[in-house]
Design a protein around this ligand. Structure first.
Ligand code: NBP
Length: 475
């Protein structure tokens, strides 16, 4: 046996990761349910490194050095369970199975517990960066038993993206924590994309810019605080011309966004954890609304109300949008990190936000200059109550706040939807409010359900006898 790592599941992600391992000098055993994919990989890329071609699971497992390390890159869900079962039957105690697919973290918790009983190590590793990242350096979020990281970490770190000499891969925490963190990463990615979409829509609808001009704005923004992979590719997508019509490609793409589910998972988990991830939720709902094509068709032409004049100072309004985008993005990340803290507490994972900001600086879809600032903020204060309260972001929002309000109010007056900009601003205003209408909510709940309330001036729970003499009792 000579392979240091085995990869099973050789579709686009699996083959690119296998090539990435081989290019870094590791001998890689290859396996796929249908042999055609294994052969295609060896035929096209066999010269890139040392591959071991295998056909059966037994042959595959037999090709690996001990402790055996197998990375599964198959479709998430039932196929992953089927492959795990086959592998577990052929492997020995101490061997390591890594699931690099987009598994739901609760599935990872279940799988880890069941494999642990059989003496096997199970590592749920979130992998971000798409095809390109898989080949040239993804961001890797491995969760699972700490001891297995000793045998696995150096291998994974060698193929991960590197930023300032630091690999974008670190042990995240026990069982499902890696996939949980990857899920929230994807949720933040949804929010980021929605915010960029709203900025694009404002530049087009409020200022009348065409796709090419908007591309130039994003390119310029990418030279500053907003520098990120998503802003960079936004400019590229906007600049792309359609070969058939000569129009900007974006203008001939149907405006109905699809989703594979990780954003929805993030919001469902946030609901269970009681964390308000309004930016991510608005992004998931905005995609759903865009996809309600029949409803939208029927609603075109509905009253718009009195519309304001469009902004006259285009340069000022463009800067306002940039500031609003940045501030809303801070809110979306703050909410995502709140969810990570809540997950960490719920499952006893002891997650470190500064580590996550570090490994998201490269390789992954949300990689951005501003993650350095997030890392600094958590390095300085690991128990920061909210990212918004870190001095750097507090100042950034203070600088942006007037622009943010102008953008949300102008958009509202012009009838341009900005769900994520607006809800992020409302979240910020609610968070900083001294009093919230929740006091009335508590009064109503006590009225119809005797749910009790607390008082600002006394300890304990109280109830008003609403259907009696309306006196107050302590309960
Ligand atoms: P797919 O998600 O399209 O899965 C295709 C692979 O699964 C093929 O190798 C296929 O084998 C195998 N497979 C299936 Br389907 N059912 C199987 C079964 N019952 N037993 C054994 N193998 C089975 O591939 P992908 O797009 O490369 O993604 C791989 C994983 O990585 C997924 O979990 C995905 O969510 C995740 N991921 C993808 C991206 C991305 O950008 N695409 C990014 C990050 C993570 P076959 O060749 O025999 O049909």
């Amino acid at each position: 046996a000579r392979a240091q790592i085995g990869v099973t599941g050789l579709a686009v992600m699996g083959s690119n990761i296998a090539r990435n391992f081989a290019r870094h000098g590791h001998t890689v055993a290859l396996h796929n349910r249908s042999i055609a994919k294994t052969d295609a990989l060896i035929k096209e890329h066999g010269s890139e490194g040392d591959f071991v071609r295998t056909e059966t699971i037994e042959e595959f497992v037999g090709a690996l050095q001990k402790p055996r390390r197998v990375l599964i890159m198959v479709k998430a869900g039932d196929p992953t369970d089927a492959v795990i079962e086959e592998l577990a039957a052929a492997m020995e105690p101490g061997d390591i199975i890594i699931d690099g697919g987009n598994a739901l973290y609760t599935d990872t918790i279940r799988r880890e517990a069941s494999l642990r009983e059989r003496g096997l190590h199970f590592v749920g590793a979130g992998i971000s960066g798409g095809e390109e990242g898989a080949l040239n350096g993804p961001s890797i979020m491995p969760g699972g038993p700490k001891e297995s990281y000793a045998a696995l970490g150096p291998l994974l770190e060698s193929i991960a993206a590197q930023v300032d000499g630091t690999p974008c891969c670190t042990h995240i925490g026990p069982d499902g924590s890696g996939h949980f963190v990857k899920m929230v990463h994807n949720g933040i990615e949804y929010a980021d994309m929605q915010l960029i979409g709203e900025a694009y829509n404002l530049l087009g609808s409020a200022l009348g810019y065409d796709a090419g001009k908007i591309a130039d704005v994003f390119t310029e923004w990418n030279g500053g605080d907003l520098e990120s992979y998503l802003v960079e590719i936004t400019a590229e997508v906007l600049r792309q011309k359609d070969a058939k019509t000569g129009k900007p490609l974006v203008d001939v793409i149907v405006d109905a966004a699809e989703q594979k589910g990780t954003g929805r998972w993030t919001v469902k988990s946030a609901l269970d954890l009681g964390v308000p991830v309004t930016g991510i939720a608005e992004a998931v709902f905005a995609r759903a609304l865009s996809g309600s094509r029949e409803q939208r068709k029927a609603a075109v032409g509905l009253a718009s109300g009195v519309l304001a004049d469009k902004p006259t100072d285009a340069a000022q309004f463009t800067e306002d949008i940039r500031q609003a985008l940045y501030a809303s993005k801070v809110v979306a990340y703050a909410q995502g990190f709140d969810q990570i803290a809540a997950g960490s507490a719920e499952y006893d994972w002891d997650l470190h936000p500064a580590d996550l900001a570090t490994i998201w600086r490269g390789g992954c879809i949300i990689r951005a200059r501003f993650l350095n600032r997030i890392k600094d903020a958590y390095d300085e204060n690991p128990t920061l109550p909210s990212l918004i309260l870190a001095p750097y972001f507090r100042d950034a929002i203070e600088t942006a706040i007037d622009s943010w309000r102008r953008v949300v109010s102008t958009a509202t007056l012009l009838g341009i939807p900005v769900p994520a900009f607006a809800s992020s601003l409302s979240y910020y205003d609610a968070l900083r409010a001294e009093r919230l209408p929740a006091a009335l909510t508590q009064g109503q709940r006590d009225f119809f359900g005797a749910h009790t309330y607390e008082r600002v001036d006394a300890e304990g729970k109280f109830h008003t006898l609403w259907s009696g003499d309306r006196s107050e009792v302590q309960v």
